[in-house]
Ligand binder design. Structure first.
Ligand SMILES: [Zn+2]
Length: 374
């Protein structure tokens, strides 16, 4: 989930917003202010409808965030690391690092979010129904409560990666004690739902009178289809890399360069003899950065003798750093997220190896093939 803006941290968890959410926010405010609130709560002024719409959108945003925080805090209680929460087009995504420890852990993490939504939705509806509130407040709470409950129902469909799908997988996992099998079945069920949505959406568009609803339904199905396939693919990768560590695949004692080397000398002495595309930069036994050849290539020829490796290199803070005993699945996630696609394997600050995404993908292909043949 790239291209998101960081909003801040709650309980140490990074909260981000994907740009698509800003569009959704604007759309919600617009449709609430001009259509939904005037229809449900007639007789108020246009300014009041606008204020109600903004308040409702902000509260809706907060309730999505609380839902994801429910997942994240429960995950932390189960001993998982949480990277952050990003709100985007279809709600929120809490990003966990590592694996679920057990079927029970996945189940508890999966239901924590819907429980939060249930409490928020029920409390809002109850307040709107039973309390004697001003019409504007009443309207906002009723919409907020019903929206939370509708989303809750959708979210509980047994279609991975929706929460209901995670509940289904944890149940299958507990029944057979086979995580891979559980994921395959749950992803299959999710794909069936996705096709149902797409078919229903098309039918609604062609034969029904709600063509916009049809397009939405098909769109949601299409999104589900992609997400379910990604989940299955992720599992296949994990399967192929299972048991491997960074030390199994890293290049030991890679060719390095020093930061004070002039680019001209680098090109003459190092590049033409070694012919790697990227070099770790080491100073006094400590790794301090990474020099990809493409960075050197961007420097005009006239400046080659005036500039050094240090001017060109990517500093250590921007390079993924790995540990030799780290699992490869984890390393893959880290390399995949950085633009560098390469990582330095360090022991404290001492360079012990070098791992590139290309090496990882190659290993993945050969191991995947070997497994298929067995
Ligand atoms: Zn959830």
């Amino acid at each position: 989930m790239n291209s998101s803006v960081e909003l801040g941290r709650i309980a140490g968890i990074r909260i981000g917003v994907h740009w698509s959410w800003l569009a959704v926010l604007a759309l919600i405010v617009w449709s609430l202010a001009t259509a939904i609130f005037p229809a449900e709560n007639p007789g108020l002024s246009r300014e009041t409808y606008l204020a109600m719409a903004v308040a409702a959108a902000v509260l809706f945003f907060a309730s999505l965030l609380l839902h994801e925080l429910g997942h994240a805090l429960q995950a932390r209680r189960e001993g998982m690391e949480i990277e952050g929460i990003t709100l985007w087009l279809f709600g929120g995504v809490a990003k966990f690092l590592g694996m679920f420890r057990s079927a029970g852990a996945e189940f508890r993490i999966a239901v924590a979010g819907p429980l939060v939504s249930l409490v928020l939705g029920a409390a809002s509806v109850a307040a709107a129904f039973f309390l004697d509130l001003p019409t504007a407040v009443d309207g906002v709470l009723a919409w907020l409560g019903i929206t939370n409950l509708v989303l809750l129902a959708f979210n509980l469909l047994p279609a991975l990666p929706l929460d209901g799908g995670r509940v289904l997988r944890s149940a299958l996992w507990a029944a057979r004690r086979d995580f891979a099998w559980a994921t395959r079945i749950a992803a299959g069920v999710a794909r069936a739902f996705a096709f149902l949505f797409i078919a229903g959406g098309i039918a609604l568009f062609v034969f029904g009178d709600d063509s916009i609803g049809g397009v939405w339904l098909a769109f949601i199905g299409w999104f589900l289809l992609g997400a379910a396939s990604a989940e299955a693919r992720h599992l296949a990768v994990r399967d192929a890399l299972a048991g491997l560590r960074v030390s199994d695949l890293m290049v030991r004692e890679p060719a390095t360069v020093t930061p004070d080397l002039r680019l001209g000398d680098f090109l003459d002495d190092v590049l033409w003899t070694r012919r790697h595309t990227t070099y770790p930069v080491v100073e006094g036994g400590r790794a301090i950065g990474l020099l990809p050849f493409r960075c050197v290539a961007q420097v005009p020829r006239a400046e080659w003798d005036a500039r050094t490796v240090r001017d060109c290199m990517i500093p250590l803070e921007q390079v993924p750093t790995l540990r030799a005993e780290q699992e490869l699945v984890e390393a893959l996630a880290e390399l995949g997220e950085s633009d560098v696609h390469r990582g330095l394997v360090l022991d404290d600050s001492r360079l012990v190896g070098f791992l590139s995404m290309t090496d990882l993908v190659r290993a993945l292909e050969t191991r995947g093939l070997r497994r298929r043949r067995r």
